[in-house]
Design a protein around this ligand. Sequence first.
Ligand code: PMP
Length: 427
Amino acid sequence: MSGLHHRHLAVSPDWLALYYRHPLEITHGEGRHVWDAEGNRYLDFFGGILTTMTAHALPEVTKAVAEQAGRIIHSSTLYLNRPMVELAERVVSLSGIPDARVFFTTSGTEANDTALLLATTYRRSNQILAMRNSYHGRSFSAVSITGNQAWSPTSLSPLQTLYVHGGVRSRGPYAHLSDGEFIAACVADLEDLLGHTRDAAALIAEPIQGVGGFTSPPDGLYAAFREVLDRHGILWISDEVQTGWGRTGEHFWGWQAHGRSGPPDIVTFAKGIGNGMSIGGVIARADVMNCLDANSISTFGGSPVTMAAGLANLSYLLEHDLQGNARRVGGLLIERLRAIAAGSECVREVRGRGLMIGIELVKPGTDEANPEAAAAVLEAAREGGLLLGKGGGHNTSVLRIAPPLSLSIPEAEEGAAILADALQAAG
Ligand code: PMP
């Protein structure tokens, strides 16, 4: 049992549920593995909720952080620092947004808050379109555009949010339709909403819903939405906090699966880019980014140490083609998992892209969510030396797999074998 057993209550309000009956205390990591306080080693299929984009304790990142910390740590939002400018230049050129600007924050929540500040100011409207089952962060404004009610603890928002169908393909009223019909139904839903409302500021969407259980629409939905949004002058914000930086294998950004949509007006990012250091950010067209007419700073956004980490991490990702690795290893892993799932009555669907794979569990022979099985598989996998994530709505019943993007094929096979045993043990 962990050395912090019970002591953690000081930092755990009742509304924050930790994973595992005996919460895990992680002491160190290397590559795709982490160790707990009792010396147990785990293959990490959840990458610290996707924060470890490349690898744990990546020497290139550790060195960049140590060198920068030895020079200056001081967070200098009001001055320039070289790693911040260099990282911004690279992010701008990777974004696909013409004449883009970046504003660095410290988290995905703060990035989305900033995107909302920009969009509502630009459009002079407090109305936001968001997707059902979405998750966008924990601040007052982020929870009020979060459609996943398990993660939206208040409705007292000054924003008016309207929820759109489309983020979940395999459940809900349109699930029985073909992909083309599904898109048409979601577009009709959006048009219907817009027919009855004032001018909305923006639509915000995760290309693949993360917390919501790695669900996604058919490719092309956001291109179809874009045509409607453009007619109304409504901005499109793509929340790439989980899907950015090549995680989905085929694309660098999740929105690119929607091809002809072109780049969004605003992209938000966080999590993996810092490999565990707190970096978030907003990328926007210059006219959108520049629309505020008063000062707004983030004291720790763009801090030289986190920026040095981000720069080293991004360089490693690009030089080692980890997006390609995600495509290759993720493709093999999903095949392996589908074969395992075929022998289990509890698995409704194995879905995903690249190294972002969800396994939805149901009560045997039904369509009903099975949160007990998800919890049991998580525990059994831990016993077997594998860390997994969980997601979904109130009935959290989707196992989430999102390892560091450097996962090797033998590691993917090892994880799949542990998972197969855990699925069997759990029932
Ligand atoms: N957007 C998405 C899609 C996320 O998954 C998350 C975090 N789970 C956030 C925003 C919020 O990011 P953070 O926890 O860094 O504030």
